[in-house]
Write a protein that binds this ligand. Structure first.
Ligand code: SF4
Length: 357
């Protein structure tokens, strides 16, 4: 078992079973998450006997780095990581001047099959454990990235693996863990209402994390086409769940909206989106579709022209819907969800892009 699968409390219980004092749990956490120890033997304030015991019962890391790509455009990094059972996931690190955001995977593959997403096209394999989620941050820290913000927006649907995601969140937030504040941690969902309700129910026991919903279409006809999950949880139900969540937690929600040319990015779509979100305490993130088009069932998607993007944003501004426009990062390194792994598998693990280890 990966030692990072244990919460601070669980580690304390394991230590108690070995007749070790409770404070050792914090010491071990600090070695794992703050001092980036690479081995139990580095934990020099523990006795040799305890280090031996830890070595016998736990593995130290659950992921192997298969490939690291660095964008020549914006320094975004993408890691292809291999699990102990030889499955593949990816992690994206986005360094900015004043912060460093990591985008974490939560599952191997995804069962929801959104038509614009490479992860969905590969189907679902299994949930990641809390340790595998945390090891993605450990990997980024190996490359000297001081991660300040965490978004659960990589491969997989976080609400479909919520227990492990929330366990990881506790360690990410813990002062003895990565020590990242709740408001810098965002859980996203494609609209799994059961998960939103569950998160709402346990919210008071958590750090004040942010919720983000990938909306991408303002009505059922279009959303059914882009995101099959909408057939199970239609737009009206999703909006009601959002209102309930905001009322119960007193937090706002961010709605993600990927702008795709000739599909969901007309002025009419923007007006429909503004109608849908009217009165909801929210923020909209407009994301320009990563121009590396992904085809599914004969469809190829592209980013809209700049004029259409600005028009869309203008409608939301005029309708007083708070919104920001974000360009896709890492365009030269397949940084959108699932793209790198799909490409590696397709190309027999060969790539012509800039690679460094
Ligand atoms: S966008 Fe998210 S929910 Fe949709 S298929 Fe991709 S990983 Fe799954």
């Amino acid at each position: 078992m990966n030692i990072k699968d244990l919460s601070l409390t669980e580690l304390g219980k394991w230590l108690a079973s070995k007749k070790e004092p409770g404070y050792r749990a914090k010491q071990i956490f600090q070695w794992l998450y703050q001092k980036s120890a690479a081995d139990f033997n580095e934990m020099t304030n523990l006795s040799l006997a305890l280090r031996d015991q830890l070595q016998k019962e736990f593995s130290f890391s659950s992921l192997k780095l298969s490939k690291r790509l660095v964008s020549a455009i914006d320094s975004t990094e993408k890691y292809a990581l291999t699990t102990e059972d030889d499955l593949h996931i990816e992690t994206v690190v986005m360094p900015y001047d004043d912060r460093c955001t990591i985008c974490l995977s939560t599952q191997v593959g995804c069962r929801y099959g959104c038509s614009f997403c490479a992860s969905g096209a590969r189907g679902f394999k299994r949930n990641l454990t809390a340790g595998e989620i945390l090891d993605q941050i450990t990997t980024a820290r190996q490359f000297k990235h001081a991660v300040t913000h965490v978004v659960f927006m990589g491969m997989g649907e976080p609400m479909d693996n919520l227990d492990n995601v929330l366990k990881a969140v506790q360690t990410i937030n813990s002062p003895d863990g990565f020590g990242i504040g709740g408001r810098r941690i965002t859980i996203s969902t494609a609209g799994l209402i059961d998960g939103i309700i569950k998160l709402q129910q346990v919210y008071s026991t958590l750090p004040q994390i942010e919720l983000s919903i990938s909306l991408h279409a303002p009505n059922n006809a279009l959303r059914n086409k882009l995101m099959p999950i909408n057939r199970q949880y239609p737009v009206e139900a999703l909006m009601q769940a959002s209102r309930d969540y905001i009322a119960a937690t007193n937090r706002q929600i961010t709605f993600e909206y990927i702008l795709i040319d000739k599909l969901n990015s007309s002025r009419k779509d923007a007006e429909a989106l503004a109608d849908l979100l009217k009165g909801i305490k929210c923020q909209v993130n407009l994301i320009i579709f990563n121009p590396q088009s992904i085809s599914k069932q004969g469809e190829t998607f592209h980013a809209p022209p700049e004029e259409a993007i600005l028009d869309f944003q203008d409608v939301l501004f005029k309708r007083k819907i708070p919104c920001t426009l974000r360009a896709s990062r890492g365009k030269d390194i397949s940084a959108a969800c699932g793209q790198l792994i799909t490409e590696l598998l397709r190309n027999g693990k060969k790539t012509t892009r800039r690679v460094s280890f």
